[in-house]
Design a protein around this ligand. Sequence first.
Ligand code: N01
Length: 551
Amino acid sequence: MSKENTKYDLIIIGAGFAGLYALYKAIKRNIKVCVFEKGSDVGGTWYWNRYPGARCDVESMQYSYQFSKKLEQEWVWTEQYATQPEILKYAKHVAKRYNLKPYIKFNNIITSSHFDKKSRVWNIKNRKGEQFKARFCIMATGCLSSTYTPLIKGASSFKGDIFHTGNWPHKKINFSNKKVGIIGTGSSAIQSIPVIADKAKHLYVFQRTPHYTVPARNRSLIYGNGDNSYTKREAQGFDVDLTVEEIKADYSNLRKKAKNMFSAMAFDLNKKSALEVSKLERKVEYESRWEKGGVPFIGAFIDLNTNREANDTAAEFVRNKIKQTVKDPQIAKKLVPNYTIGCKRLAVDTNYYETYNKSNVTLVDLKDNPIKKITTKGIQTTQKEYSFDSLIYATGFDAMTGALMNIDIRGSNGIKLSKKWANGPKTFLGLAIQGFPNLFTITGPGSPSVFTNMITSIEQHVDWIFDCFDYLYTNGIELIEPSEESERDWVQHNQDIAKPHIRSSCSSWYRGSNVEGKPEIFLPYVGGFPAYVKKCEEISKSGYKGFLLTK
Ligand code: N01
């Protein structure tokens, strides 16, 4: 086995949107760089999540890179919400357009990354036993890339086909005339259930907690020259879809508006409180957003994420929609969530609730009827055994920390990341970790990441890291890591602002509560994209205050 031991300036782990952009920047700067990628191609989350119905819930005109105006203008999206294959095609296009692939080692699983204090380099090993060295290491391993499969008694005895939505096979799976069981009702399940139900002989949905979802109202994007600018249409209240040419003509304005929003997504946010308007005005606002579709539903009023009473008006509206849509009142009752809306990530769907009106769909409420075990034929609950041909785990991810903790990362004193994070992740800005010099995490825990348009957050992180590289090179600094104090304060600040937030009011992967044994600590930064960017800029402008710099 070859022990390559090649030395790079920079090693990037992961060739999703984060890794690709970091690579692009490294090549531009003539940095000796190498990317390691587990998959056989680029795309990260969009390479793995190929389940039926997978698409993005951020508008495609916004879910794209903005580092190149040319790229922005030339790429053609076809739908309001792009499908997984289209997003993957985009990632491949970017890799080809900027000739990134020669720098990527595919089918390459990194197993360890150890910092050697003496030589000041990271020693990185892959599963084949090959070793590489680098001065800097960027972990572009993704927030939702380590799938979570709950340990259910008897799981290995199931004789049919087993799938996980987050690690879907690369061939077409045909569920026609098949009986299918799906565990979970989060975003992935909500997208796939209607599509699978269209084909399957029977679909059993095993639901532990009902999820809120709003209609996507996905549509084809309109091409053809219009004469209204984005700003003009904005003044009209976004009632009319813009043509793609109109959006592209005013792209920078759209991007600017997005960057001023909590979620780094441009949408119409009502500045009024839900509690200051009449019941009728509330209803009109919710109805209009329900009709327009998508996550902007949660922007109906300014305080839906911060005030429980306000939140309950939106939650009640959706609960009524579920009851109106699902014909069987007993089934509707099971689908109605009783917690705050937007606490778990608000899902966006096409015909989700309608699917429960189909005769080939059975909702199994695990609250009344818990799973006892998985059998050779299906799932045995306390009440009965459900038999099927295929079992799908739509059970989500070991979010934000899983992919990092899966690698044996050791810092300057040999300390293991998994040990340091045993009681929850500790980072400064979600970008860097005390005791782990010259290592950066893109959209790591403690950054806004999953609350935002991910591509925008990725670009902001990568730009910040490369500006930092420039500073280090210019000033002859060899090592950078956060101070203990700045890391401690950032972790504390994160927890302080998360505590009163609606997103802390239920159990979810944001808090690590979905994975058995994972410490419950709020993972993403909940202060919003603009506040976060301001903080990052203050730090870089101050000569990296809060970091220890060693010449
Ligand atoms: O995962 P989830 P996901 N027994 O963790 C259930 C992004 N995403 O893959 O709620 C029975 O949300 C669990 O039940 P409960 C998006 O950020 C984006 O769906 O814990 N059930 C839940 O219902 C999203 O939030 C897009 O009680 C069990 C489900 O499994 C994130 O990815 C599309 C169980 C897991 O839901 C994750 O979504 C898809 C058990 N032992 C995903 N364990 C778009 O852009 C877990 N569950 C549109």
